[in-house]
Design a protein around this ligand. Structure first.
Ligand SMILES: C[S@@+](CC[C@H](N)C(=O)[O-])C[C@H]1O[C@@H](n2cnc3c(N)ncnc32)[C@H](O)[C@@H]1O
Length: 223
């Protein structure tokens, strides 16, 4: 990602940060929505004590849920205001989680290896999403898990044009499960997709577009 491109995207999300949590599935402010995500995360990241990288963590809603469940979470986001919001949310929730400003494609986490790399609603905004997938798999321990919450949305935003412009983003508007599975297949094993469209509690109401989680394991022995 070029520096100019990165700063345009960071500026877009900096401007969006204050209102981001107003969407039910962003802020998880309603208890049924929060509980629905907590249940799903407990299925995807079972137990406690997993080292989790939340790539493109936004305001940290999922990172805070995972930290509250006893995992060691590092959230990375390009937008300083998103990261500030995530830090504030963790503090208010009384949980410990690390947050850093940086590119999800090259997370500033040094040589650290993770049990789980989670990304929700991020791939659509990456100029080279497959390169990012490769980097995430490299950062997984053998048998570690990729948890990609993605979709293909009917509406790609409001009146404001997206900072980078659709031309530069191969998955602008989202990526279908079949296409993502084809991209992850050569990089990982046990690729599995679960639809999330039929669970209105996750979204704060019914949805009629494609939403799913893709789960896969890094090659090597099971974690
Ligand atoms: C739709 S939001 C999703 C936030 C969060 N994952 C969630 O589900 O609530 C997309 C997030 O990705 C971040 N982002 C966009 N491009 C990024 C990049 N290249 N590296 C890291 N974060 C990025 C934005 O700043 C924004 O916080």
């Amino acid at each position: 990602m070029s520096e100019q491109h990165g700063s345009a995207i960071a500026a877009y999300w900096d401007a969006a940060a204050a209102a981001f949590d107003e969407e039910p599935d962003h802020g998880l402010r309603a208890e049924p929505v929060r509980a629905a995500w907590a249940r799903r995360l407990a299925e995807w990241v079972p137990g406690t004590g997993a080292e989790v990288l939340d790539a493109g963590c936004g305001t940290g809603s999922l990172a805070v849920l995972l930290a509250g469940a006893g995992h060691r979470v590092t959230g990375v986001d390009l937008s300083p205001r998103m990261v500030a919001a995530a830090r504030g949310k963790a503090l208010r929730a009384g949980v410990v989680a690390e947050f850093a400003v940086g590119a999800a494609e090259e997370p500033p986490t040094g040589g650290q290896r993770f049990d789980v790399v989670l990304a929700r609603h991020l791939l659509w905004t990456l100029p080279d999403p497959v390169a990012a997938l490769r980097q995430w798999v490299i950062r997984l321990r053998p048998g570690g898990r990729l948890v990609l919450v993605e979709g293909r949305w009917r509406q790609t935003g409001g009146a404001e044009p997206y900072a980078a412009g659709p031309d530069t983003l191969p998955w602008h508007g989202g990526v279908g499960a079949a296409e993502l599975a084809a991209a992850v297949g050569p990089l990982a094993r046990e690729v599995r997709v679960e639809s999330l469209a039929g669970d209105p509690e996750l979204w704060g109401g019914p949805v009629d577009d494609e939403r799913y989680v893709l789960l896969a394991r890094a090659r090597g022995p099971a974690a």
